[in-house]
Design a protein around this ligand. Structure first.
Ligand SMILES: *Cc1c(COP(=O)(O)O)cnc(C)c1O
Length: 368
């Protein structure tokens, strides 16, 4: 990235994983340009020639049957909530208006009024009430609390397989598999918000794959639009997404030709496995190097998977914000989360040399 003063930066935040394939990725820009010259939008009442392809390819990538495209991540989460409720009433047989969705503390699922209603972050919630009811919040990573929260009215559990905004929190081993088992036993949908963790970031197409878990529904966004256009989607089975009848849900821009063209290229790129492989290999290197810093005490803890790390800096070196600003002065873009935590999520196309240069800047900032 080059700023208005001509200063160059290495972007190690990558649009919170929307830019998994880097800035100005040739394949994605070309796919967008080609589509710009053809058709950019049809009324959703009519099909266009990229729509079926997009749905089919994305469903296949996810190993699922049905796709419902939206635009932003928050909209896709809203769609997942609506879908789970409708499934609860129509398929599970929950009494009207009693549906509950269980979520985790410290979640981040977006910024709409319903989504912030089940946030535990005061900054995200304060002054935006009254809040949407129907959500139960349990501590992230606590399977016993999860089990206790499930009732006959529970229609879904909505979780991030790794909590990004909370500081790249990886749940304890066995947690996600445990949630899968519980939700299966209780006839509850397991909704995985893979908007940030998915599409290659952790070294797999989906972060849940590390735990051998297949959810009932994926919520996708960010990298699905390649950093070019907003594209999000809910992906699930016919039984679940088939609850909608015409007119019951929709979006003017969801699944538009430009969005589909770019997303189709993203899906084709992911199918090569090349980006997942890069995230795995470079991720091992990143975590190895960060681990060495933990050894010296300047870093208190490192979490994450693949090319994704939450780094707790020893507070004597400053707040996450201060460290991020010092890194920016040295030409590296990252962002703080809470306290003295910074998160690192470079594009998956980053070279090992650039990654090492970025790590050199971090070491320099921490030994200043
Ligand atoms: C970014 C994000 C969202 C919201 O996506 P927007 O496109 O900003 O609405 C939802 N869930 C997770 C896990 C995210 O990281």
């Amino acid at each position: 990235m080059t700023d208005v003063e001509g200063r160059r930066y290495l972007d190690m935040l990558a649009g919170y994983s929307a830019l998994n394939f880097g800035h100005g990725n040739r394949r994605l820009i070309d796919a967008a340009k080609t589509q710009l010259e053809r058709v950019t939008l049809t009324s959703r009442a009519f099909y266009h020639d990229r729509f079926a392809d997009f749905c089919e390819q994305l469903a296949e990538l996810c190993g699922m049957e049905s796709v419902l495209p939206m635009n932003t991540g928050a909209e896709a989460v809203e769609t997942a909530v609506k879908t789970a409720r409708k499934w609860g009433y129509r398929v599970k047989g929950v009494v009207d208006n009693m549906a509950k969705i269980v979520v985790a503390s410290n979640n981040f699922h977006g910024r709409t009024t319903t989504v912030i209603s089940f946030s535990t972050d005061p900054d995200a919630r304060a002054d935006f009430g009254p809040y949407t009811p129907g959500f139960e919040i349990v501590p992230y990573g606590d399977l016993t609390a999860m089990e206790a929260a499930l009732t006959e009215n529970t229609v879904a559990v909505l979780l991030e397989p790794i909590q990004g905004e909370a500081g790249v929190l990886v749940p304890p081993p066995g947690y996600l598999a445990g949630v899968r088992r519980l939700t299966q036993e209780r006839n509850v949908l397991f909704i995985a918000d893979e908007i940030q963790s998915g599409l290659g970031r952790t070294g797999r197409t989906f972060a849940l794959e590390h735990e051998g878990v297949v959810p009932d529904m994926y919520v996708l966004g960010k990298a699905l639009g390649g950093g070019v256009v907003p594209v999000s989607a809910v992906v699930s089975s016919q039984e679940v997404l088939g609850v909608y009848r015409p007119g019951e849900h929709g979006s003017t821009f969801g699944g538009n030709p430009l969005a589909c063209a770019v997303a189709l290229e993203v899906i084709a790129m992911l199918r090569t496995g090349e980006y997942q492989q890069r995230a795995t290999e470079l991720g091992e290197h990143l975590h190895h190097e960060l681990g060495l810093l933990t050894g010296t005490g300047v870093v208190e803890a490192v979490r994450g998977r693949g090319l994704w790390a939450g780094v707790d800096i020893a507070p004597r070196h400053g707040t996450g914000r201060e460290i991020s600003e010092k890194l920016m002065d040295r030409g590296v873009l990252v962002k703080d989360t809470h306290g003295s935590t910074i998160r690192i999520a470079p594009p998956l196309v980053i070279s090992k040399e650039d990654l090492d240069w970025g790590l050199d800047q971090l070491r320099a900032v921490l030994t200043d």
